[in-house]
Design a protein around this ligand. Sequence first.
Ligand code: MD3
Ligand code: FE
Length: 210
Amino acid sequence: VEIAPGAVHVPGWLTVERQRRLVDACRGWARGPVPMRHTVLPGGGVMSVRTVCLGWHWQPYRYSRTADDVNGARPAPLPGWLAGWGRAAVLAAHGPDGGGSAYAPDTALINFYDDGARMGMHQDREERSAAPVVSLSVGDRCVFRFGNTRTRGRPYLDVELASGDLFVFGGPSRAAYHGVPKVYPGTAVPGTGIRSGRLNLTLRETGLSG
Ligand code: MD3
Ligand code: FE
């Protein structure tokens, strides 16, 4: 379902078995080498979601090969199987001529939302590549708010994201403001390994070298 040019929602793209594989892998990455933590913003604010990164570390507001704001460690590498899921995701969303086979993500941001966690409206501007962002969701349902490229405010479209859903943001949608204003507690599906809370993993090309 294309909700805006380049923004494609594929409900139920991940099987429960693949959701569980992703959750199990994320549990491991959450323990280290850089532990999952609440990101502290330069102004002193603390994000309500907890985040861990692969490949590159997102340190507001830049990417680094070392987690200088956590423990200085190098994040775990982005595994080849996950980059492969990213190529399959772009193929599923944008079709055989949509650049899926050339998609080469080099970082993943993994966000965990417990009850009450939210993400305010923002743009993702740290990547130097025009390649799409691939988003995979597991666990509780949420409201995903997809806005415009000019302001954090209206107009925006609210879309419900459920466990197993894929979203691909390419083309003009890549620059849109977006956020997660609400997670619905107790709406996770059985068998994924998440009994409560929501996991979101995004794949990106940073466009950086080194
Ligand atoms: C549209 N994560 O990590 S995923 C983020 O559910 C982030 O945790 C949210 O926003 C989450 O930056 C939303 C959907 C998403 C991710 C990145 C985008 C939508 C996007 C980048 C550009 C445009
Ligand atoms: Fe974002």
